[in-house]
Design a binder for this molecule. Sequence first.
Ligand code: PDD
Length: 287
Amino acid sequence: MSRIVYVNGSYLPEEEATVSIFDRAFLMADGVYEVTSVLGGKLIDFAGHMARLERSLNALGMNKPEAFDELLDIHRELVTRNDIDEGMIYLQVSRGAAGDRDFVFPDPEVVKPTLVLFTQSKPGLADNPTAKTGIKVISIDDIRWGRRDIKTVQLLYPSMGKMMAKDAGADDAWLVEDGKVTEGTSNNAYIVKDGRIITRELSTDILHGITRAAVLRFAREAQMTVEERSFTVDEAQQADEAFVTSASTFVMPVVALDGAPIGDGTVGPVATRLREIYIEESIKAGV
Ligand code: PDD
């Protein structure tokens, strides 16, 4: 059975779903997206993802798609129709298809945004064995644009970063600007030193992770100390632990950076505990 996807008001088998070749996401990367995870058939942090979607749309002066108020229903319908127990829902809004290629934005009264959603089933997302062994990262220059707080579909450099990591025998890359780590290619980055959790402060330099917000809240509730500030690669290599967070990996321990083990090179207690709390609390609060 093929996957059922959503395109501009219709639920369709994936082979029948189409978008115009003039769509501005295709021609100009003029689109924004969200990834919401599903655990036990429930949407995790849904309200947070939709709030950030709205912020991304506003930042780019993009209209909300007509179905905006129904986004929860659409997410749920896709979970049901595709029988998703664990996995992700990808949502993308673009500025639409102007029927030509033009750098100038089309008239929003005439050209409607394109709304696409699809599911990715990932059984074992919560019980991911990689969380027990951790991942290895390399550091690379952060040469992305200056509005990383907007979740745009311009993902070429993050993709290149993942390939650089792969070629170096690692799992992912941390991006470094002015000597400080900004974030991972598709996640927020953290270190732990003497029991303190350190992660870069929010600004236009990084994506304001929805998982980040929840994890920091849970950490503070558990009386852990959180420091929101930037850190260097060197500081990370001297840390006791490191980890990343995202909607698709939750809390994922990092055990090496540029070939140097972090701590004793194994998964540490803080990352492990935060992962447990995040998954437990998120399932409880899922919608
Ligand atoms: N990526 N930073 C970047 C650059 C990201 O692309 C992501 C998410 C995050 C974490 O944000 P959140 O916790 O809201 O998922 C941080 C998604 C998962 C992706 O592109 O697949």
